[in-house]
Design a protein around this ligand. Structure first.
Ligand code: GDP
Ligand code: MN
Length: 377
């Protein structure tokens, strides 16, 4: 589960991480009402659950109240990566001397929560990670010890020169780790953590994700859920017994089993395509699930072709085939579909599919190549 920046800022404040004050506003009128008349440097920020808002024009500085209102007018209603901006945070802005990146993630390679930090923080951090990975410090944290003070100081020492700032930054890291663990977070980022000309170390952006499997014991976190269009679709899919995660590509995938779904995405990438989603219809033989899954896939405007990859074990291929025929009766679509069925009752399944005239292929790699080819037409 993801939360908005303004919510991450609230959590930061609760844990004693310094963050400038701000007001959440849903309309220009609300900006007029909530923001004080005093003219000062402010920043108006789109509150959407996608990254790269700054680059998309969703973060704008203002020096007067009137200007803040103007900037809010521009940002509210703006489209950022397919999401319409419905609220803005109007926050006190600061002058910035330097921007740093600090973050905590579950690093599966290190088998540990890992602290990452960089003196090259700001909107280009993804680029830095790609082109200069050595500029990102990584510190795996022993789960039995937690983030120890010396580790936090060692990392802070590589970002700052002044002992006072090193201490301030180390304290922020320890607090961020406490927040991360206590809320069952899976990602906690401050980008940027800034140094101001008057030598303050502050968080001016926050991003947090939480482990869905731990939400049952995180009442306060789950109460923060404000699902956007993408997350709503994922929740809707979950309610129907499907595991769905939207991605940025254009090849819709419908697969049974999480492992096969991952392998299918790998296969698409291997042949130069980009999957539009992860979708696991699970191990049952319920045709309704196929109807639901097709509706979800075809509801994504980016999808240009669909690859269906079924390995029948408990799932029977003829049931999937019947579900598919039923789904295509209900949904009229021009999107090309490629089907590979193998395993239990594959023969019967293929016979059902062949009657519909849909292309049927034998192997997974053939299916991926065909789906990519059809997506380009
Ligand atoms: P993101 O693009 O979604 O990560 O949004 P951020 O909140 O990180 O803002 C993007 C960039 O806008 C930052 O890296 C800063 O360079 C700039 N920015 C954000 N807040 C402030 C501020 O208070 N003062 C100044 N001077 N720049 C800011
Ligand atoms: Mn940021």
């Amino acid at each position: 589960m993801k939360i908005h920046e303004y919510q991450a800022r609230d959590l930061f404040r609760k844990y004693g991480i310094p963050v400038p004050e701000g007001e959440l506003c849903h309309s220009v009128d609300e900006v007029k009402k909530k923001v004080s008349d005093k003219d000062k440097l402010r920043v108006v920020k789109a509150q959407v659950l996608v990254g790269g808002r700054g680059k998309a024009g969703g973060v704008k500085l203002a020096t007067t109240k009137a200007e803040a209102i103007e900037k809010a007018k521009l940002i509210l209603g703006m489209d950022i990566k397919g999401i319409t901006v419905e609220k803005v945070l109007v926050a006190d802005a600061v002058d910035i001397d330097r921007e740093f990146y600090v973050g905590l993630i579950n690093d599966r390679n290190a088998k540990a929560v890992t602290l990452m930090a960089s003196s090259e923080g700001g909107v280009e951090i993804e680029e830095v990670a790609k082109t200069n990975p050595e500029k990102i410090i990584k510190m795996p944290i022993d789960p039995t010890m937690g983030l120890m003070d010396w580790q936090a100081r060692k990392v802070a020492l590589q970002l700052f020169n002044d002992p006072k700032q090193i201490r301030q930054a180390a304290e922020i890291l320890v607090k961020l780790y406490k927040l991360y663990i206590e809320t069952d977070s899976s990602l906690a980022e401050i980008n940027p953590l800034v140094l101001t000309p008057d030598k303050q170390v502050l968080a001016i952006d926050g991003k947090m994700n939480f482990d869905d499997n731990a939400l049952f014991r995180q009442k306060e976190i789950i109460a923060m859920r404000e699902a956007d269009e993408n997350e709503k679709k994922e929740l809707e899919a979950n309610a129907k017994g499907l595991s769905y995660i939207k991605l940025d590509g254009n090849i819709g995938c419908m697969v049974n089993g999480a492992g096969l779904a991952m392998a299918t995405m790998d296969m698409i990438k291997l042949y130069g395509g980009e999957p539009a989603n992860f979708l696991d219809i699970g191990g049952s033989s319920n045709p309704q699930k196929v109807v639901d899954a097709m509706n979800i896939l075809l509801g994504d405007k980016n999808v240009k072709s669909v690859m269906i990859n079924i390995f029948g074990g408990i799932t029977r291929c003829d049931d999937v085939a019947r579900g598919l025929v039923a789904a295509l009766d209900q949904i009229k679509t021009d999107i090309p579909i490629v089907i590979r069925l193998s395993g239990t009752n594959a023969k019967e399944g293929l016979e059902i599919i062949e009657k519909t005239g849909l292309p049927v292929v034998k192997t997974m790699s053939e299916a991926a190549q065909k789906a990519i080819e059809l997506s380009q037409k």
